[in-house]
Design a protein around this ligand. Structure first.
Ligand code: LLP
Length: 380
């Protein structure tokens, strides 16, 4: 990526830098590849990033949005998304969040339990309306990703177990203020192999047959998100392989006449367009190693500390032709505040600018005020 380094030199670090052109190119690719299949509809999982400029660009591209809280619904409405393009998922929806969705007439509530169905039915009755719902089913497919971001195994807290689906459908038939319009799935995030998605299609095909045997025709199937990004080689693979991803579903899922297939893509849409930009504060000589101490830390980008994730580290301003091994760390009082150990990087000095790449998804949005640090601003 060509960073505007001379502009960066004038700015206070740390900040998140977003590349508008890459985001637009990614969205164009998604639209081009999805439009090969008339039944496909793509929603952006806004949990990955709600920067207002980013949301505006996503909205202009025509994608809908997938929210997991009332606050996210508010952010999407503020960004100008139409309520009929908003779907709302989440294992614990509060009453005010359900009421907000009902008042706004959002497209669908993705429901995760019978207890929640009963509350939505009651709140919809009070509001004099009917809620469109999809049931989130836990398909028990192993996504082979980090245990914190796998969601489709039966021991996860998410979704309704497959064997419970018939009884939940029977229950819905007794509720007068909810209409079942679809089934919802999401097996996990940062999947680099596509086989689990093929497995998911097989599970859905079987479930659809069973649901139809209960006399229900579904308008939508929603397969969630999960497509991974190349964190090791962001310049070689700036845009994920959406063609292959969509083809899996086109080839393996038996959609019914008139049925829509919904996707909720988060990371794959915004990951590569964002970088966290920091300055080198100090090069500290340890006993056996050198530490590169940055002015950005785990409060700004928590993924390495939380998931042992690795973001490619690039020194943007070093004029040295030599390389040195560094442990690249932040200023926060935690040993887990480390972005990389033994990183072979151009020899750097105090004041050099550093980019932590592929930070557009689950970066700024997961930043915290730990150590009273502010959330890093966005630069476009
Ligand atoms: N739909 C549902 C129901 C989800 O739970 C998620 C992500 C998505 C869609 C979007 O998935 P994606 O396309 O981004 O894989 N903070 C973690 C990732 C957590 C993902 C949570 N759910 C990370 O930094 O890796």
């Amino acid at each position: 990526m060509n960073f505007p380094v001379s502009k960066f030199r004038t700015l206070q670090t740390p900040f998140y830098y977003y590349d508008r052109r890459l985001l637009e190119a990614t969205l164009d690719t998604i639209n081009k590849e999805a439009s090969r299949y008339p039944a496909f509809r793509v929603h952006y999982a806004v949990k990955a990033n709600v920067d207002s400029t980013l949301l505006e660009i996503v909205r202009q591209s025509g994608l809908g949005c997938d929210c997991v809280s009332g606050w996210e619904i508010q952010a999407c409405l503020k960004a100008g998304f139409q309520p009929d393009k908003i779907v709302y998922a989440g294992v614990g929806k509060s009453d005010w969040e359900i009421r907000l969705g009902l008042e706004q007439g959002i497209a669908c509530f993705n429901v995760e339990s019978v207890a929640e169905l009963e509350v939505i039915d009651q709140l919809a009755a009070e509001a004099g309306t009917t809620a469109r719902v999809a049931l989130r089913v836990n398909p028990n497919v192993d996504a082979h990703t980090h245990k914190y971001i796998t969601t489709g195994l039966s021991e996860n807290k998410f979704g309704i177990a497959m064997e419970m689906l018939p009884s939940v459908i029977a229950k819905i038939k007794t509720l007068s203020h909810v209409t079942l319009i679809g089934l919802h799935f999401h097996i996990g995030s940062q999947l680099l192999k596509l086989d689990p998605f093929t497995m998911l299609c097989a599970r859905i095909n079987k479930l659809q047959d069973e649901v139809e045997a209960q006399g229900i025709r579904l308008r939508t199937i929603n397969v969630g998100g999960g497509l991974g990004c190349d964190y090791d080689a962001p310049d070689e693979n700036p845009i994920p392989d959406f063609a292959d991803f969509f083809a899996i579903y086109a080839d393996h899922l038996r959609l019914r006449e008139g049925q829509e297939l919904h996707f909720e893509l988060g990371r794959s849409v915004v990951c590569q367009c964002g970088s966290l930009i920091a300055r080198v504060l100090y090069i500290k000589e340890g006993v056996n190693k050198k530490f590169m101490i940055l002015d950005a830390g785990m409060s700004d980008l928590i993924r390495p500390a939380l998931y042992q994730a690795h973001h490619k580290i690039e020194v943007l301003t070093s004029d040295s032709s030599e390389v040195t091994r560094y442990d690249v760390v932040g200023p926060i009082c935690e040993s887990s505040d480390c972005f990389g150990e033994n990183e072979l990087l151009p020899t750097a000095r105090r004041g050099d600018l550093v980019a932590l790449r592929s930070a557009g998804a689950y970066g700024q949005i997961m930043a915290s005020n730990y150590n009273c640090r502010p959330i890093p601003p966005s630069i476009w």
